[in-house]
Design a binder for this molecule. Structure first.
Ligand code: MG
Length: 652
Protein backbone atom coordinates (compact mmCIF):
# COMPACT_ATOMS: atom_id res chain seq x y z
CA UNK A 1 0.00 0.00 0.00
CA UNK A 2 1.66 3.21 -1.14
CA UNK A 3 1.40 6.27 0.99
CA UNK A 4 2.56 9.85 0.85
CA UNK A 5 6.23 10.03 1.75
CA UNK A 6 7.13 12.46 4.45
CA UNK A 7 9.94 14.92 3.80
CA UNK A 8 11.99 13.01 6.33
CA UNK A 9 11.38 9.74 4.57
CA UNK A 10 12.44 11.25 1.26
CA UNK A 11 15.65 12.38 2.88
CA UNK A 12 16.30 8.84 4.01
CA UNK A 13 15.44 7.44 0.62
CA UNK A 14 17.86 9.84 -0.97
CA UNK A 15 20.46 9.00 1.59
CA UNK A 16 20.16 5.30 1.17
CA UNK A 17 19.68 5.03 -2.58
CA UNK A 18 19.65 1.31 -2.23
CA UNK A 19 16.56 -0.46 -3.34
CA UNK A 20 13.04 0.76 -2.91
CA UNK A 21 12.39 1.95 0.64
CA UNK A 22 9.40 0.50 2.31
CA UNK A 23 7.42 3.22 4.01
CA UNK A 24 4.86 1.95 6.39
CA UNK A 25 3.02 4.56 8.37
CA UNK A 26 -0.01 2.32 8.63
CA UNK A 27 0.94 -0.26 11.22
CA UNK A 28 -1.36 -3.14 10.40
CA UNK A 29 -0.82 -3.14 6.67
CA UNK A 30 -2.02 -5.82 4.28
CA UNK A 31 1.50 -6.28 3.01
CA UNK A 32 2.93 -7.29 6.35
CA UNK A 33 2.61 -10.93 7.37
CA UNK A 34 -0.56 -12.56 8.45
CA UNK A 35 -1.91 -11.26 11.69
CA UNK A 36 -2.64 -14.12 14.05
CA UNK A 37 -6.11 -14.29 15.40
CA UNK A 38 -6.73 -12.70 18.75
CA UNK A 39 -6.88 -15.96 20.64
CA UNK A 40 -4.22 -14.74 23.04
CA UNK A 41 -6.30 -11.72 23.91
CA UNK A 42 -9.23 -13.95 24.73
CA UNK A 43 -7.39 -16.05 27.29
CA UNK A 44 -8.30 -14.48 30.61
CA UNK A 45 -5.45 -16.17 32.43
CA UNK A 46 -2.95 -14.57 30.06
CA UNK A 47 -4.44 -11.10 29.84
CA UNK A 48 -4.44 -10.92 33.61
CA UNK A 49 -0.66 -11.10 33.39
CA UNK A 50 0.01 -8.78 30.51
CA UNK A 51 -3.21 -7.45 29.01
CA UNK A 52 -4.03 -3.76 28.77
CA UNK A 53 -6.05 -2.17 31.59
CA UNK A 54 -7.86 1.11 31.10
CA UNK A 55 -8.08 3.29 34.20
CA UNK A 56 -11.22 5.39 34.23
CA UNK A 57 -12.85 7.92 36.52
CA UNK A 58 -16.45 6.77 36.63
CA UNK A 59 -17.64 10.30 37.47
CA UNK A 60 -16.10 11.85 34.35
CA UNK A 61 -15.90 9.08 31.76
CA UNK A 62 -19.36 8.92 30.19
CA UNK A 63 -22.78 10.13 31.31
CA UNK A 64 -25.77 7.97 30.36
CA UNK A 65 -28.59 9.95 31.97
CA UNK A 66 -27.69 13.55 31.23
CA UNK A 67 -27.14 14.67 34.82
CA UNK A 68 -23.58 15.72 34.07
CA UNK A 69 -22.04 12.95 36.17
CA UNK A 70 -20.35 10.07 34.48
CA UNK A 71 -21.93 6.80 35.54
CA UNK A 72 -21.69 3.04 35.29
CA UNK A 73 -24.17 2.78 32.44
CA UNK A 74 -22.05 5.29 30.57
CA UNK A 75 -19.17 2.83 30.74
CA UNK A 76 -21.37 0.02 29.48
CA UNK A 77 -22.44 2.16 26.55
CA UNK A 78 -18.81 2.69 25.56
CA UNK A 79 -17.51 -0.86 25.77
CA UNK A 80 -16.87 -0.85 22.03
CA UNK A 81 -14.58 2.13 22.46
CA UNK A 82 -12.73 0.42 25.30
CA UNK A 83 -12.46 -2.72 23.20
CA UNK A 84 -11.06 -0.65 20.34
CA UNK A 85 -8.07 0.45 22.41
CA UNK A 86 -7.43 -3.13 23.38
CA UNK A 87 -8.62 -3.05 26.98
CA UNK A 88 -8.72 -6.45 28.65
CA UNK A 89 -9.71 -4.91 32.00
CA UNK A 90 -11.11 -1.68 33.40
CA UNK A 91 -10.01 -0.14 36.69
CA UNK A 92 -12.95 1.88 37.95
CA UNK A 93 -12.42 4.77 40.38
CA UNK A 94 -14.18 4.05 43.71
CA UNK A 95 -17.87 3.36 43.10
CA UNK A 96 -19.11 3.42 46.70
CA UNK A 97 -21.07 6.09 48.53
CA UNK A 98 -18.44 8.62 49.52
CA UNK A 99 -17.93 12.16 50.76
CA UNK A 100 -16.16 13.52 47.69
CA UNK A 101 -16.60 13.32 43.95
CA UNK A 102 -13.46 11.19 43.61
CA UNK A 103 -14.78 8.54 45.98
CA UNK A 104 -11.66 7.99 48.09
CA UNK A 105 -13.43 8.80 51.40
CA UNK A 106 -15.89 5.92 51.47
CA UNK A 107 -19.04 6.07 53.55
CA UNK A 108 -20.29 2.55 52.77
CA UNK A 109 -18.12 -0.14 51.23
CA UNK A 110 -21.16 -2.32 50.52
CA UNK A 111 -22.93 0.29 48.39
CA UNK A 112 -22.89 1.73 44.88
CA UNK A 113 -23.04 5.52 44.89
CA UNK A 114 -26.43 6.66 43.68
CA UNK A 115 -24.69 9.32 41.59
CA UNK A 116 -22.92 6.57 39.64
CA UNK A 117 -25.73 4.07 39.29
CA UNK A 118 -27.05 0.93 40.93
CA UNK A 119 -25.90 -2.58 41.69
CA UNK A 120 -27.96 -3.71 38.71
CA UNK A 121 -25.96 -1.33 36.52
CA UNK A 122 -22.73 -2.81 37.83
CA UNK A 123 -23.91 -6.37 37.21
CA UNK A 124 -24.90 -5.39 33.69
CA UNK A 125 -21.49 -3.81 33.07
CA UNK A 126 -19.67 -6.87 34.40
CA UNK A 127 -21.75 -9.15 32.20
CA UNK A 128 -21.46 -7.11 29.00
CA UNK A 129 -17.76 -6.48 29.53
CA UNK A 130 -17.17 -10.18 30.07
CA UNK A 131 -18.75 -10.86 26.70
CA UNK A 132 -15.89 -8.80 25.21
CA UNK A 133 -13.28 -10.47 27.44
CA UNK A 134 -12.92 -7.35 29.53
CA UNK A 135 -12.58 -7.73 33.31
CA UNK A 136 -13.77 -5.21 35.88
CA UNK A 137 -11.46 -4.12 38.70
CA UNK A 138 -12.70 -2.02 41.61
CA UNK A 139 -10.71 0.56 43.52
CA UNK A 140 -10.73 -0.44 47.18
CA UNK A 141 -9.64 1.96 49.89
CA UNK A 142 -8.27 0.10 52.90
CA UNK A 143 -6.14 2.77 54.55
CA UNK A 144 -9.00 5.02 55.62
CA UNK A 145 -12.74 5.47 55.38
CA UNK A 146 -14.74 8.65 55.00
CA UNK A 147 -15.47 10.62 58.15
CA UNK A 148 -19.20 10.25 57.45
CA UNK A 149 -18.97 6.46 57.44
CA UNK A 150 -21.37 4.99 60.01
CA UNK A 151 -18.47 2.99 61.41
CA UNK A 152 -16.69 6.18 62.36
CA UNK A 153 -19.82 7.85 63.73
CA UNK A 154 -20.47 4.83 65.94
CA UNK A 155 -16.83 4.78 67.03
CA UNK A 156 -17.09 8.37 68.20
CA UNK A 157 -20.53 7.98 69.77
CA UNK A 158 -19.56 5.00 71.89
CA UNK A 159 -15.88 4.39 72.76
CA UNK A 160 -16.85 0.93 74.02
CA UNK A 161 -18.34 -0.15 70.69
CA UNK A 162 -16.44 -2.51 68.39
CA UNK A 163 -16.21 0.29 65.85
CA UNK A 164 -13.92 2.22 68.18
CA UNK A 165 -11.34 -0.43 67.34
CA UNK A 166 -11.74 0.29 63.61
CA UNK A 167 -9.91 3.60 63.93
CA UNK A 168 -6.87 5.13 65.59
CA UNK A 169 -7.45 7.12 68.76
CA UNK A 170 -4.83 8.38 71.21
CA UNK A 171 -5.40 5.38 73.45
CA UNK A 172 -5.08 2.88 70.57
CA UNK A 173 -2.43 0.27 71.28
CA UNK A 174 -0.70 -2.27 69.08
CA UNK A 175 1.42 -1.91 65.97
CA UNK A 176 0.19 1.46 65.02
CA UNK A 177 3.13 3.70 64.32
CA UNK A 178 2.43 7.36 63.85
CA UNK A 179 4.67 9.45 61.75
CA UNK A 180 5.10 9.68 58.04
CA UNK A 181 2.69 12.12 56.54
CA UNK A 182 -0.16 11.72 59.03
CA UNK A 183 -1.54 13.80 61.85
CA UNK A 184 -4.14 14.04 64.58
CA UNK A 185 -7.53 15.58 63.97
CA UNK A 186 -10.26 16.67 66.34
CA UNK A 187 -13.65 15.10 65.86
CA UNK A 188 -15.35 17.95 67.72
CA UNK A 189 -14.05 20.79 65.59
CA UNK A 190 -14.04 18.79 62.41
CA UNK A 191 -10.60 19.59 61.19
CA UNK A 192 -8.39 21.23 63.80
CA UNK A 193 -6.17 19.64 66.39
CA UNK A 194 -6.54 22.76 68.47
CA UNK A 195 -7.62 26.32 67.93
CA UNK A 196 -7.18 28.87 70.69
CA UNK A 197 -4.78 30.55 73.06
CA UNK A 198 -2.30 28.32 74.90
CA UNK A 199 0.46 29.08 77.40
CA UNK A 200 3.68 27.04 77.19
CA UNK A 201 6.12 26.68 80.09
CA UNK A 202 9.31 24.71 79.60
CA UNK A 203 11.41 23.51 82.53
CA UNK A 204 14.97 22.51 81.53
CA UNK A 205 16.36 21.79 85.04
CA UNK A 206 17.13 18.29 83.78
CA UNK A 207 18.56 19.14 80.36
CA UNK A 208 18.15 15.62 78.98
CA UNK A 209 14.50 15.40 80.10
CA UNK A 210 12.90 18.82 79.84
CA UNK A 211 9.28 19.12 80.90
CA UNK A 212 6.62 21.08 79.05
CA UNK A 213 3.44 22.30 80.73
CA UNK A 214 0.63 23.56 78.49
CA UNK A 215 -2.34 25.47 79.86
CA UNK A 216 -5.28 27.14 78.21
CA UNK A 217 -4.81 30.90 78.37
CA UNK A 218 -6.80 34.09 78.17
CA UNK A 219 -5.71 37.52 77.03
CA UNK A 220 -3.58 38.01 73.98
CA UNK A 221 -0.87 36.08 72.20
CA UNK A 222 2.78 37.06 72.39
CA UNK A 223 5.04 37.44 69.39
CA UNK A 224 8.26 35.47 69.38
CA UNK A 225 11.25 36.54 71.44
CA UNK A 226 13.95 38.25 69.38
CA UNK A 227 16.72 37.58 71.90
CA UNK A 228 18.86 35.10 70.00
CA UNK A 229 20.67 33.95 73.16
CA UNK A 230 17.54 31.93 73.98
CA UNK A 231 17.69 28.51 72.32
CA UNK A 232 14.24 27.13 72.99
CA UNK A 233 11.37 27.31 70.52
CA UNK A 234 7.76 26.19 70.22
CA UNK A 235 7.17 24.83 66.72
CA UNK A 236 3.65 25.09 65.38
CA UNK A 237 3.76 26.17 61.75
CA UNK A 238 7.16 27.73 62.29
CA UNK A 239 9.67 27.99 65.12
CA UNK A 240 8.77 30.71 67.68
CA UNK A 241 11.43 31.66 70.23
CA UNK A 242 10.35 31.50 73.88
CA UNK A 243 11.12 34.00 76.68
CA UNK A 244 13.45 33.17 79.55
CA UNK A 245 11.54 33.63 82.80
CA UNK A 246 13.85 31.90 85.31
CA UNK A 247 17.14 30.06 85.57
CA UNK A 248 15.78 27.03 83.76
CA UNK A 249 12.33 28.13 82.64
CA UNK A 250 11.08 29.47 79.35
CA UNK A 251 7.54 30.62 78.57
CA UNK A 252 5.34 32.01 75.83
CA UNK A 253 1.61 32.42 75.07
CA UNK A 254 0.57 31.65 71.49
CA UNK A 255 -2.59 31.53 69.39
CA UNK A 256 -2.65 27.94 68.15
CA UNK A 257 -4.53 26.93 65.02
CA UNK A 258 -3.42 23.62 63.54
CA UNK A 259 -4.26 19.98 62.97
CA UNK A 260 -1.09 18.31 64.13
CA UNK A 261 -0.10 19.61 67.56
CA UNK A 262 3.24 21.19 68.48
CA UNK A 263 6.88 20.35 69.01
CA UNK A 264 9.68 21.94 71.03
CA UNK A 265 12.94 22.68 69.26
CA UNK A 266 16.35 23.91 70.32
CA UNK A 267 17.22 25.29 66.91
CA UNK A 268 15.07 27.46 64.62
CA UNK A 269 15.81 25.61 61.40
CA UNK A 270 17.53 22.29 62.13
CA UNK A 271 15.59 19.08 62.80
CA UNK A 272 16.95 15.66 63.77
CA UNK A 273 18.46 15.96 67.22
CA UNK A 274 17.06 19.46 67.65
CA UNK A 275 13.49 18.20 67.86
CA UNK A 276 11.81 17.46 71.20
CA UNK A 277 8.34 15.95 71.56
CA UNK A 278 6.25 13.08 72.83
CA UNK A 279 7.30 9.47 72.96
CA UNK A 280 5.38 7.04 70.73
CA UNK A 281 2.03 5.94 72.19
CA UNK A 282 2.11 8.78 74.74
CA UNK A 283 1.36 11.87 72.75
CA UNK A 284 -1.46 13.46 74.68
CA UNK A 285 -0.71 16.48 76.82
CA UNK A 286 -3.13 17.04 79.65
CA UNK A 287 -3.55 20.76 80.22
CA UNK A 288 -1.69 21.89 83.35
CA UNK A 289 0.24 18.64 83.76
CA UNK A 290 4.00 18.66 82.98
CA UNK A 291 5.01 16.40 80.08
CA UNK A 292 8.51 14.94 79.87
CA UNK A 293 9.94 15.34 76.39
CA UNK A 294 12.06 12.99 74.31
CA UNK A 295 14.59 14.08 71.72
CA UNK A 296 15.38 13.18 68.12
CA UNK A 297 13.69 11.59 65.14
CA UNK A 298 11.38 9.46 67.27
CA UNK A 299 9.91 12.50 69.02
CA UNK A 300 6.26 12.89 67.96
CA UNK A 301 3.97 15.87 67.91
CA UNK A 302 2.43 16.77 71.25
CA UNK A 303 -1.36 16.52 71.12
CA UNK A 304 -3.44 18.89 73.17
CA UNK A 305 -6.08 18.63 75.77
CA UNK A 306 -6.56 14.96 76.61
CA UNK A 307 -9.69 14.71 74.48
CA UNK A 308 -10.75 11.17 73.59
CA UNK A 309 -12.24 12.34 70.33
CA UNK A 310 -9.04 12.92 68.47
CA UNK A 311 -8.26 10.52 65.69
CA UNK A 312 -5.43 9.82 63.32
CA UNK A 313 -5.58 10.56 59.59
CA UNK A 314 -2.81 9.93 57.09
CA UNK A 315 -4.26 12.25 54.44
CA UNK A 316 -6.80 14.75 55.70
CA UNK A 317 -9.47 15.15 58.33
CA UNK A 318 -12.20 13.71 56.07
CA UNK A 319 -10.31 10.40 55.96
CA UNK A 320 -9.80 8.82 59.40
CA UNK A 321 -7.31 5.97 59.17
CA UNK A 322 -8.67 2.47 59.56
CA UNK A 323 -6.91 0.23 62.07
CA UNK A 324 -6.48 -3.53 61.87
CA UNK A 325 -4.70 -4.23 65.16
CA UNK A 326 -1.32 -5.94 65.41
CA UNK A 327 -0.31 -6.59 61.82
CA UNK A 328 0.59 -10.25 62.19
CA UNK A 329 -3.01 -10.94 63.15
CA UNK A 330 -4.69 -8.26 61.04
CA UNK A 331 -7.07 -10.77 59.47
CA UNK A 332 -8.52 -11.51 62.90
CA UNK A 333 -9.58 -7.89 63.45
CA UNK A 334 -13.23 -6.94 63.08
CA UNK A 335 -12.16 -4.15 60.72
CA UNK A 336 -10.51 -6.63 58.36
CA UNK A 337 -13.48 -8.98 58.51
CA UNK A 338 -15.91 -6.17 57.73
CA UNK A 339 -13.89 -4.91 54.77
CA UNK A 340 -13.36 -8.46 53.52
CA UNK A 341 -17.08 -9.13 53.67
CA UNK A 342 -17.61 -6.07 51.48
CA UNK A 343 -14.95 -7.28 49.04
CA UNK A 344 -16.59 -10.72 48.99
CA UNK A 345 -19.82 -9.13 47.88
CA UNK A 346 -18.18 -7.57 44.82
CA UNK A 347 -16.10 -10.63 43.97
CA UNK A 348 -19.23 -12.77 44.18
CA UNK A 349 -20.86 -10.34 41.76
CA UNK A 350 -18.11 -10.96 39.22
CA UNK A 351 -15.51 -8.30 39.93
CA UNK A 352 -12.21 -9.85 38.80
CA UNK A 353 -9.68 -7.67 40.54
CA UNK A 354 -9.04 -4.93 43.08
CA UNK A 355 -6.78 -1.92 42.98
CA UNK A 356 -5.68 -1.06 46.51
CA UNK A 357 -5.21 2.59 47.36
CA UNK A 358 -2.35 4.01 49.44
CA UNK A 359 -1.10 0.68 50.75
CA UNK A 360 2.14 2.01 52.21
CA UNK A 361 0.17 4.06 54.77
CA UNK A 362 -1.92 1.20 56.20
CA UNK A 363 0.79 0.66 58.79
CA UNK A 364 2.42 4.06 58.39
CA UNK A 365 5.13 3.25 55.88
CA UNK A 366 6.25 0.21 57.85
CA UNK A 367 6.99 -2.08 54.92
CA UNK A 368 7.10 -5.36 56.86
CA UNK A 369 3.78 -4.62 58.55
CA UNK A 370 2.11 -3.50 55.31
CA UNK A 371 3.36 -6.52 53.40
CA UNK A 372 2.11 -8.89 56.08
CA UNK A 373 -1.29 -7.20 56.04
CA UNK A 374 -1.51 -7.25 52.24
CA UNK A 375 -0.66 -10.92 52.03
CA UNK A 376 -3.49 -11.69 54.44
CA UNK A 377 -5.84 -9.46 52.47
CA UNK A 378 -4.87 -10.99 49.14
CA UNK A 379 -5.18 -14.56 50.41
CA UNK A 380 -8.64 -13.82 51.74
CA UNK A 381 -9.87 -12.31 48.46
CA UNK A 382 -8.22 -15.03 46.38
CA UNK A 383 -9.94 -17.75 48.41
CA UNK A 384 -13.28 -16.02 47.82
CA UNK A 385 -12.45 -15.87 44.10
CA UNK A 386 -11.58 -19.53 43.93
CA UNK A 387 -14.60 -20.56 46.00
CA UNK A 388 -16.88 -18.96 43.43
CA UNK A 389 -15.08 -20.76 40.60
CA UNK A 390 -12.86 -17.94 39.36
CA UNK A 391 -10.21 -19.00 36.86
CA UNK A 392 -6.59 -18.75 37.92
CA UNK A 393 -5.72 -16.43 40.75
CA UNK A 394 -7.54 -13.27 41.70
CA UNK A 395 -5.92 -10.09 40.38
CA UNK A 396 -4.86 -7.41 42.82
CA UNK A 397 -2.64 -4.38 42.23
CA UNK A 398 -1.26 -2.13 44.92
CA UNK A 399 -0.51 1.57 44.92
CA UNK A 400 2.74 1.15 46.83
CA UNK A 401 4.04 4.55 45.84
CA UNK A 402 7.55 4.57 47.28
CA UNK A 403 10.63 6.67 46.64
CA UNK A 404 12.08 4.14 44.24
CA UNK A 405 11.65 0.65 42.77
CA UNK A 406 13.94 -0.90 45.35
CA UNK A 407 11.71 0.27 48.21
CA UNK A 408 8.56 -0.82 46.39
CA UNK A 409 9.85 -4.27 45.43
CA UNK A 410 9.17 -5.93 48.85
CA UNK A 411 5.47 -5.23 48.33
CA UNK A 412 5.54 -8.10 45.85
CA UNK A 413 5.66 -10.42 48.85
CA UNK A 414 2.19 -9.20 49.68
CA UNK A 415 0.58 -8.65 46.28
CA UNK A 416 0.86 -10.22 42.81
CA UNK A 417 0.96 -6.83 41.08
CA UNK A 418 2.12 -3.31 41.93
CA UNK A 419 2.18 -0.04 40.02
CA UNK A 420 5.58 0.74 38.59
CA UNK A 421 5.81 4.52 38.96
CA UNK A 422 9.54 4.33 38.23
CA UNK A 423 8.89 3.08 34.72
CA UNK A 424 7.36 6.42 33.80
CA UNK A 425 9.96 8.43 35.70
CA UNK A 426 12.60 6.68 33.60
CA UNK A 427 10.73 6.91 30.32
CA UNK A 428 10.02 10.65 30.58
CA UNK A 429 13.59 11.29 31.63
CA UNK A 430 15.00 9.38 28.66
CA UNK A 431 12.61 10.90 26.13
CA UNK A 432 13.55 14.31 27.53
CA UNK A 433 17.24 13.51 27.06
CA UNK A 434 16.80 11.82 23.69
CA UNK A 435 18.55 8.76 25.09
CA UNK A 436 17.09 5.32 24.51
CA UNK A 437 20.03 2.95 24.61
CA UNK A 438 19.72 2.03 28.30
CA UNK A 439 15.93 1.85 28.50
CA UNK A 440 15.60 -1.91 28.03
CA UNK A 441 18.28 -2.54 30.65
CA UNK A 442 16.42 -0.31 33.09
CA UNK A 443 13.19 -2.20 32.54
CA UNK A 444 15.09 -5.43 33.14
CA UNK A 445 16.66 -3.94 36.28
CA UNK A 446 13.18 -3.16 37.65
CA UNK A 447 12.07 -6.70 36.88
CA UNK A 448 15.12 -8.10 38.67
CA UNK A 449 14.18 -6.10 41.78
CA UNK A 450 10.62 -7.41 41.74
CA UNK A 451 11.68 -11.01 41.01
CA UNK A 452 13.63 -11.09 44.27
CA UNK A 453 10.30 -11.05 46.09
CA UNK A 454 7.97 -12.86 43.69
CA UNK A 455 8.91 -14.90 40.65
CA UNK A 456 5.50 -14.47 39.00
CA UNK A 457 5.30 -10.71 39.60
CA UNK A 458 2.92 -8.74 37.39
CA UNK A 459 4.61 -5.43 36.61
CA UNK A 460 1.82 -2.82 36.35
CA UNK A 461 3.49 -0.32 34.04
CA UNK A 462 1.92 3.03 33.27
CA UNK A 463 2.52 6.56 32.15
CA UNK A 464 0.58 8.78 34.57
CA UNK A 465 -2.58 8.44 36.66
CA UNK A 466 -5.25 10.53 38.40
CA UNK A 467 -2.80 11.74 41.06
CA UNK A 468 -0.05 12.96 38.75
CA UNK A 469 0.49 15.71 36.24
CA UNK A 470 -0.42 14.44 32.81
CA UNK A 471 2.16 12.64 30.70
CA UNK A 472 1.64 15.26 28.00
CA UNK A 473 2.75 17.98 30.43
CA UNK A 474 5.82 15.98 31.38
CA UNK A 475 6.65 15.75 27.68
CA UNK A 476 6.24 19.46 26.99
CA UNK A 477 2.95 18.98 25.13
CA UNK A 478 4.87 17.50 22.21
CA UNK A 479 2.48 15.19 20.37
CA UNK A 480 5.28 13.22 18.69
CA UNK A 481 6.72 12.44 22.13
CA UNK A 482 3.27 11.48 23.44
CA UNK A 483 2.89 9.00 20.61
CA UNK A 484 6.34 7.60 21.30
CA UNK A 485 5.49 7.17 25.00
CA UNK A 486 2.32 5.30 24.01
CA UNK A 487 4.22 3.03 21.64
CA UNK A 488 6.89 2.28 24.27
CA UNK A 489 4.28 1.52 26.93
CA UNK A 490 2.41 -0.91 24.69
CA UNK A 491 5.55 -2.71 23.54
CA UNK A 492 7.01 -3.16 27.03
CA UNK A 493 6.79 -6.29 29.14
CA UNK A 494 4.31 -6.15 31.98
CA UNK A 495 0.66 -5.18 32.30
CA UNK A 496 0.16 -1.69 30.85
CA UNK A 497 -2.37 0.75 32.25
CA UNK A 498 -3.81 3.50 30.06
CA UNK A 499 -5.28 6.38 32.05
CA UNK A 500 -8.51 8.03 30.86
CA UNK A 501 -7.66 10.77 28.38
CA UNK A 502 -4.04 9.74 27.87
CA UNK A 503 -5.10 8.01 24.65
CA UNK A 504 -6.45 11.35 23.43
CA UNK A 505 -3.33 13.31 24.35
CA UNK A 506 -4.95 15.14 27.26
CA UNK A 507 -2.83 17.55 29.21
CA UNK A 508 -3.28 19.05 32.66
CA UNK A 509 -1.46 19.57 35.93
CA UNK A 510 -2.44 19.45 39.56
CA UNK A 511 -1.35 22.99 40.32
CA UNK A 512 -4.89 24.39 40.26
CA UNK A 513 -6.48 21.23 41.57
CA UNK A 514 -6.54 17.48 41.04
CA UNK A 515 -9.62 17.91 38.85
CA UNK A 516 -7.41 19.20 36.05
CA UNK A 517 -5.82 15.79 35.64
CA UNK A 518 -9.20 14.04 35.80
CA UNK A 519 -10.86 15.72 32.83
CA UNK A 520 -13.95 14.21 31.23
CA UNK A 521 -13.86 12.36 27.94
CA UNK A 522 -14.94 14.54 25.05
CA UNK A 523 -16.87 11.96 23.05
CA UNK A 524 -18.15 14.01 20.14
CA UNK A 525 -17.01 17.14 18.39
CA UNK A 526 -20.00 19.17 19.52
CA UNK A 527 -21.43 17.38 22.53
CA UNK A 528 -21.12 18.31 26.20
CA UNK A 529 -18.78 16.53 28.60
CA UNK A 530 -19.61 14.84 31.93
CA UNK A 531 -18.06 17.51 34.12
CA UNK A 532 -20.59 18.09 36.93
CA UNK A 533 -18.42 16.21 39.45
CA UNK A 534 -15.48 18.49 38.74
CA UNK A 535 -17.17 21.64 39.98
CA UNK A 536 -16.17 23.80 37.04
CA UNK A 537 -12.51 22.84 37.22
CA UNK A 538 -12.28 21.82 33.59
CA UNK A 539 -9.88 23.13 30.97
CA UNK A 540 -12.27 24.00 28.17
CA UNK A 541 -9.38 25.21 26.07
CA UNK A 542 -8.23 21.60 25.93
CA UNK A 543 -11.64 20.04 25.34
CA UNK A 544 -11.99 21.29 21.79
CA UNK A 545 -13.78 19.53 18.96
CA UNK A 546 -10.45 18.33 17.56
CA UNK A 547 -9.42 16.46 20.72
CA UNK A 548 -12.71 14.55 20.79
CA UNK A 549 -12.93 10.84 20.21
CA UNK A 550 -15.09 11.52 17.16
CA UNK A 551 -12.41 13.70 15.58
CA UNK A 552 -9.44 11.50 16.47
CA UNK A 553 -11.10 8.36 15.17
CA UNK A 554 -11.19 9.99 11.73
CA UNK A 555 -7.67 11.36 11.92
CA UNK A 556 -4.84 9.03 10.84
CA UNK A 557 -2.35 11.25 12.63
CA UNK A 558 -4.11 11.27 16.00
CA UNK A 559 -2.73 10.08 19.31
CA UNK A 560 -5.73 7.77 19.58
CA UNK A 561 -4.72 5.98 16.38
CA UNK A 562 -1.30 5.20 17.82
CA UNK A 563 -2.86 3.74 20.96
CA UNK A 564 -5.27 1.66 18.92
CA UNK A 565 -2.63 0.38 16.50
CA UNK A 566 -0.14 -0.62 19.15
CA UNK A 567 -2.85 -2.11 21.37
CA UNK A 568 -4.09 -4.15 18.45
CA UNK A 569 -0.59 -5.41 17.75
CA UNK A 570 0.02 -6.23 21.40
CA UNK A 571 -3.20 -8.18 21.60
CA UNK A 572 -2.49 -10.04 18.37
CA UNK A 573 1.15 -11.03 18.85
CA UNK A 574 1.72 -13.07 21.96
CA UNK A 575 5.46 -12.32 22.04
CA UNK A 576 4.70 -8.62 22.22
CA UNK A 577 2.29 -9.04 25.11
CA UNK A 578 3.63 -11.92 27.05
CA UNK A 579 7.24 -12.07 25.95
CA UNK A 580 10.38 -12.23 28.00
CA UNK A 581 12.40 -9.10 27.35
CA UNK A 582 16.01 -9.28 26.23
CA UNK A 583 18.04 -6.12 25.76
CA UNK A 584 19.74 -5.66 22.40
CA UNK A 585 22.87 -3.57 22.17
CA UNK A 586 21.79 -0.37 20.51
CA UNK A 587 23.72 0.91 17.52
CA UNK A 588 22.73 4.48 18.42
CA UNK A 589 22.46 6.18 21.83
CA UNK A 590 19.06 7.65 21.01
CA UNK A 591 17.53 4.32 20.14
CA UNK A 592 16.04 1.68 22.41
CA UNK A 593 16.13 -1.88 21.07
CA UNK A 594 14.91 -5.06 22.68
CA UNK A 595 13.58 -8.48 21.85
CA UNK A 596 10.47 -10.11 23.24
CA UNK A 597 10.03 -13.87 23.02
CA UNK A 598 7.23 -16.20 23.98
CA UNK A 599 6.38 -19.77 23.01
CA UNK A 600 8.60 -19.78 19.97
CA UNK A 601 7.58 -16.34 18.71
CA UNK A 602 10.04 -13.42 18.82
CA UNK A 603 9.68 -9.76 17.93
CA UNK A 604 12.27 -7.00 17.71
CA UNK A 605 11.17 -3.66 19.20
CA UNK A 606 12.88 -0.42 18.12
CA UNK A 607 12.10 3.09 19.40
CA UNK A 608 13.89 6.32 18.54
CA UNK A 609 13.88 8.60 21.62
CA UNK A 610 15.53 11.41 19.68
CA UNK A 611 14.99 13.86 16.86
CA UNK A 612 17.75 12.61 14.62
CA UNK A 613 17.14 10.04 11.90
CA UNK A 614 19.67 7.31 12.57
CA UNK A 615 20.07 4.48 10.08
CA UNK A 616 20.45 1.26 12.02
CA UNK A 617 22.38 -1.68 10.60
CA UNK A 618 20.10 -4.30 12.08
CA UNK A 619 21.53 -6.92 9.78
CA UNK A 620 21.41 -9.64 12.41
CA UNK A 621 17.66 -9.32 12.57
CA UNK A 622 14.77 -9.77 10.21
CA UNK A 623 13.34 -6.44 9.17
CA UNK A 624 11.10 -7.56 6.36
CA UNK A 625 8.07 -8.24 8.53
CA UNK A 626 6.86 -5.05 10.15
CA UNK A 627 4.08 -5.71 12.66
CA UNK A 628 3.39 -2.15 13.74
CA UNK A 629 5.06 1.22 13.51
CA UNK A 630 4.66 4.88 14.29
CA UNK A 631 6.36 7.86 12.70
CA UNK A 632 8.61 7.45 9.74
CA UNK A 633 10.29 4.08 9.48
CA UNK A 634 12.22 3.20 6.35
CA UNK A 635 13.65 -0.23 5.64
CA UNK A 636 16.16 -0.89 2.97
CA UNK A 637 18.42 -3.92 2.59
CA UNK A 638 18.33 -4.68 6.28
CA UNK A 639 19.09 -1.10 7.34
CA UNK A 640 16.31 0.63 9.25
CA UNK A 641 16.07 4.42 9.20
CA UNK A 642 14.14 5.70 12.19
CA UNK A 643 12.60 9.16 11.94
CA UNK A 644 12.22 11.42 14.98
CA UNK A 645 10.41 9.65 17.85
CA UNK A 646 9.47 6.74 15.60
CA UNK A 647 8.77 3.15 16.63
CA UNK A 648 8.79 -0.19 14.85
CA UNK A 649 8.21 -3.82 15.76
CA UNK A 650 9.55 -6.56 13.48
CA UNK A 651 8.62 -10.21 13.57
CA UNK A 652 11.70 -12.46 13.85
MG1 MG B 1 -24.95 10.46 34.97
Amino acid sequence: MKRVYSILALAFATLLLTGCPHINPDPIDPDVPDIPDESWRNQASKTKLSGITYQLNVYSFADSDGDGWGDIRGITQHLDYLDSIGATALWLSPIHEAMSYHGYNVNDYYSVSSKLGTEADLKDLISKAKAKNIDIYLDFVLNHSGKDNDWFKLALADPSSKYHDYYVFPNTTGDYITGGMGGWCSASSGSLGYKGLLHFKLDTSNPSQPKLTITQATGSAQSGNTDTSVKWFIYENNAIRMYKTGNNTYEITLAIDNEWGVLVKDDATEWGNHKWGASTNDKLVEFGKPKTLVKGDSASDLIFGGSSSQYYASFDASMPDLYYGPYAKASESETFKDLAAAADKWIDMGVAGLRLDAVIWIYQNNTAANVSFLKQWYDRCNSTWKAKGGKGDFYMVGEAWCDNAEKMAPYYEGLPSNFNFYYWYTLKDRIGKGKGDDFAQTVIYFQDQFRKYRTDFIDAIKLTNHDEDRAANDLGRDVAKEKLAAAVLLTSPGKPYIYQGEELGYWGNKGKGDEYVRAPIKWTRDGSVPSAALNGKVDNAMLTADISVEAQEKNDASVLRVYRNFAKARNAWKALAQGQIEAVSSPNSAVAVWKMSYEGQTVLVVHNFGTGGPVLPLTNYKTDKLIVSNGTVTVSNGAVAMGAYSSAVFLQ
